[in-house]
Design a protein around this ligand. Structure first.
Ligand code: AP5
Length: 218
């Protein structure tokens, strides 16, 4: 199954993508994680992406498409994937359509207050990328990842002024994708308010309804 998780920054796309990836044994593909990895490795691509990310702006489509095209051609994507943070512009969505078919888009929404609270408390593992939250899903040992014992850190783009910019960018450049995919009949809205477990249940419900409708059609 080829899935997209759509939604504003901090809504919990990465968190739910991890769960779906484990449930369906498909890779989670996060363009944000891929860029952060390139920055860590000090590659040219990382350097190119870094200044946009620090300002909370989108990395240019041409750079994004080059990295995603390569990733989707890898063999583990043959049985499906879950996209987290991609596509983010109409141009990216149209380019993606030429590469592969998308089965379902889950559109996550919650209040702006929740987004900011979630992003401000996020901790990410330097080693494996596992996501934690200071209050909602803290690690067993402070500052240490439960899975790989890696060091936990706060992302640079979690600073208050960058958060506001990222939300603005989402409203202007990414939100139009909701009607784009709704018009194609492949978008399902998911209530992402409340706890992570509650959101996971809503995601499962949306997937269940989609599968049932698909079986009926076939
Ligand atoms: P990216 O890394 O994709 O960030 P984002 O989409 O802005 O989203 P986040 O990762 O901040 O949040 P999330 O929705 O994944 O939430 P999470 O699960 O972490 O992009 C970063 C930058 O890279 C962009 O600004 C851009 O510059 C560039 N970029 C990336 N892709 C690009 C593209 N396609 N085109 C152009 N540029 C691109 O959860 C957040 C926190 O909340 C965590 O602490 C988590 O534990 C907690 N949490 C999750 N769910 C809940 C819940 N239900 N209740 C309470 N806490 C929760």
């Amino acid at each position: 199954m080829n899935l997209i998780l759509l939604g504003p920054p901090g809504i919990g796309k990465g968190t739910q993508a991890e769960i779906l990836s484990a449930k369906f044994s498909i890779p989670k593909i996060s363009t944000g994680d891929m860029f952060r990895e390139e920055i860590k490795r000090k590659t040219q691509l990382g350097q190119d992406a870094s200044s946009y990310m620090q300002r909370g702006e989108l990395v240019p489509d041409s750079i994004v498409m080059a990295i995603i095209r390569k990733r989707l051609s890898e063999s583990d994507c043959r049985k499906g994937f879950v996209l987290d943070g991609f596509p983010r512009t109409l141009a990216q969505a149209e380019a993606l359509e030429k590469i592969t078919k998308i089965d379902l888009v889950l559109n996550l929404s919650a209040s702006k207050k929740e987004l900011i609270e979630r992003m401000a408390g996020r901790l990410t593992c330097k080693g494996c990328g596992q996501i934690y939250h200071l209050k909602h899903s803290p690690p067993e040992k402070r500052g240490v990842c439960d899975s790989c014992r890696g060091e936990l850190y706060q992302r640079e783009d979690q600073k208050a002024e960058v958060l506001t910019k990222r939300i603005e960018v989402y409203e202007k450049q990414t939100k139009p994708l909701i009607s784009y995919y709704r018009n194609k009949g492949i978008l399902v809205d998911v209530d992402a308010r409340g706890s992570s477990d509650k959101v996971t249940k809503n995601v499962e419900k949306a997937l269940g309804a989609f599968m049932k409708a698909k079986t009926r059609r076939e």
